[in-house]
Structures are given as structure tokens and as C-alpha cells.
Design a protein around this ligand. Structure first.
Ligand SMILES: Nc1ncnc2[nH]cnc12
Ligand SMILES: [Zn+2]
Length: 336
């Protein structure tokens, strides 16, 4: 029997989502027209057809180019609002959304433009649908340590609206150690920390994220299985991994979803979660990622439920909220 009815009925959290990676071809086309931005495409369909990637960098090149159509506060509001509407449709009740300030500040678009847009959409989604949305401010690792420090400083007026700081963009050649001093400061300021590690990069980068950045969660981390000592440490500390199956397939981290190690990591007792990363670029939102696991790996009902319980456990929600949602998931599962 299909897991789709159960999947749709369960409340879920999403913990690894780049808001710039939710820009749909339709919105990109509309905003390009609004701001008279020249795109290297002749239609929405051509935009969608261009989304074929060989690796992370080939994706990032298109992703940063696409973000150029985001210019004013209303554009950032629309972007966030459309994602939160998709959350509502999938029964995502809590989401922790990454944004890349440097993608915008480098184009002269400051925190005073994008933050009010994000926050207005988040507030309306809370009122309309009861969705909670936390923000994770991510540093681009292909830029310098100095640029990350400047971004941390520029974010200061918005600290009350930020839950965590993260690290993303081109992994290879930019190990976590490059940002050890920045994240030391982030920790002193009292924020949670996440970092992309072990997506394309080796287990050594995951070690550095854990030992030098003191991460609370690892984004991706799928290559931890190559190092048994690292795997044991992640299991012992129950350090969450925010895994993104369709992203891994689309960026050629794996060549076949049937070879994905997510269920094997789950069965080994790791706190793994399912996420969509950049859904409009990778061909699926959160529920599509779960469905893909059902079809490619034969994920069963118990594994589905555990992955969803993990999404709340691994979140930055207060303990009482984690408990509340975990009970909801378990009780809803029993009713099906
Ligand atoms: N999958 C990914 N890895 C690293 N940086 C990203 N930025 C957006 N998506 C990303
Ligand atoms: Zn990511």
C-alpha cells in the first residue's frame, strides 16, 4: 500500500532549505520582466530545461544567476510566501530556512531589503496557517573569512530574528577550518550553528565541522559513512544530519537513488532527516523527497514515521514543542 496518504497526513518539519533555491521558473520570469533583467533564456520552459547539473558548482552557477532577479522587498516577500504556501500544502508545520545574505549584499541589496520581506511572509504564514519559520543566516564559503565577519556584523540589527548561522556554497577547496574564528564568534553570540559538510567534500570536512565549528547539525553529511570513527561519533552524540535525497541525485553525489545511504544511516541509529535543499532546481519539494525514497528504496511506514519524528527532534524548537509534535506524529501514525 502506498505511503502517500500517511505522508500527507503527518505534520512535518523541514530543516535544510535554501530560500533562494525555491525560486520557481515562473517567478524568475515574472521578476526578470518587472526589473528588466536580461536572462539567458527565452521562456519559463527554457529555464526549467536548463536545470541539468554535473556537480554542485554547475548548479551554483545557475542558482546565483537566478537570484539576480530578486531586487526589492516585495520580491523577497513573494519568494518566502510561495515557499510557505508550499509548506502548508505539504503539512510542514515548522521550517528552518537558510538565506544567503552575501548573494544579495554583493549586488548592493542589503539586510534592510530582504529581511523585512522574509519576516512579513513568515508572520503572515504563522497567522494564516500556524506555520513557524526560523531563519538561518548562511555564509558563502567560496568568499573570504573577512567577508563572513562583515556579514555577521551587518546582520547585527536582525539578530533577534535569526536562530542560527550556517555555511554553504562550493564545498571542495573551502574546508570548514577557513571559518573557525567566525563560528567561534557566532557561538559566543549565543547562536546555533549548522554547516554543509560531506556533500561533495571528504569525511575530513565533517570532522572539522564538528571539532572546529562546533556544529549543532550537519547539512548533508552523507559521506560520514566512509569513516567508521566519525560515524560512531555522530551516532553517539546524536548529531543530526539534514539529508537531501533528490539534491544528491541531481548534483551527481549519487548516480542512482536506489544507492542512497539514508535508510542505512537511519538503521545504524543516526539522527537523519529528509529535506529538499533547493526544491525548484532539484525537481521536488519535501513530500516528493519522501515519495522518491519510498519508490527507490522501499522506505516503510516505520522508517517514514521515524524520519519525521527526527525532523522535530533535530529542530531548534523549544523542547515542549518538540514533544508536542512528536506525540502528534506517533498518534497520527497509529490512526492510519
Ligand atoms: N546543496 C547545496 N550545497 C551547498 N551550497 C548550497 N547552496 C544552495 N544549495 C546548496
Ligand atoms: Zn544545502
Amino acid at each position: 500500500m502506498s505511503l502517500t496518504p500517511l505522508l500527507n497526513s503527518l505534520p512535518k518539519a523541514e530543516l535544510h532549505l535554501h530560500i533562494e533555491g525555491t525560486l520557481s521558473p515562473a517567478l524568475m520570469w515574472e521578476l526578470a520582466d518587472k526589473h528588466q533583467v536580461r536572462l539567458p533564456y527565452n521562456s519559463e520552459a527554457e529555464i526549467a530545461a536548463a536545470y541539468q547539473f554535473d556537480n554542485l558548482q554547475s548548479f551554483l552557477d545557475l542558482y546565483y544567476q537566478g537570484a539576480d532577479v530578486l531586487r526589492d522587498e516585495d520580491d523577497f516577500y513573494r519568494l518566502m510566501w510561495e515557499y510557505l504556501r508550499a509548506c502548508h500544502e505539504q503539512n510542514i508545520v515548522h521550517t528552518e530556512v537558510m538565506f544567503d545574505p552575501q548573494t544579495h549584499t554583493e549586488r548592493g541589496i542589503g539586510f534592510d531589503i530582504f529581511m523585512p520581506g522574509f519576516l512579513r511572509a513568515a508572520q503572515e504564514a504563522r497567522q494564516e496557517w500556524g506555520i513557524s519559520c526560523y531563519l538561518i543566516c548562511s555564509f558563502l564559503r567560496h568568499l573570504s573569512e573577512q567577508a563572513a565577519f562583515e556579514t555577521l556584523e551587518a546582520a547585527a540589527p536582525w539578530y533577534p530574528d535569526i536562530t542560527a548561522f550556517g555555511l554553504d556554497s562550493s564545498e571542495l577547496g573551502h574546508p570548514p577550518e577557513k571559518f573557525a574564528r567566525v563560528f567561534k564568534r557566532v557561538k559566543e553570540l549565543g547562536f546555533a550553528i549548522v554547516a554543509h559538510a560531506g556533500e561533495e567534500g571528504p569525511p575530513e570536512y565533517i570532522w572539522q565541522a564538528v571539532e572546529l565549528l562546533n556544529v549543532d547539525r550537519i547539512d548533508h553529511g552523507v559521506r560520514c559513512q566512509e569513516d567508521p570513527r566519525l560515524l560512531a561519533l555522530i551516532r553517539e552524540r546524536q548529531l543530526p544530519l539534514t539529508v537531501c535525497p533528490l539534491s544528491n541525485l541531481k548534483l551527481c553525489v549519487i548516480d542512482d537513488l536506489a544507492k542512497h545511504n539514508i535508510l542505512s544511516l537511519l538503521d545504524e541509529g543516526l539522527l537523519v532527516t529528509v529535506n529538499s535543499d533547493d526544491p525548484t532546481y532539484f525537481g521536488g519539494f519535501l513530500n516528493d523527497n519522501f515519495s522518491a525514497l519510498e519508490h527507490a528504496l522501499g522506505m516503510n511506514e516505520q522508517q517514514l514515521q521515524q524520519l519525521i519524528v527526527n525532523s522535530f527532534k533535530a529542530s531548534f524548537l523549544p523542547e515542549a514543542d518538540k514533544q508536542y509534535w512528536t506525540e502528534k506524529v506517533i498518534n497520527a501514525g497509529q490512526g492510519c
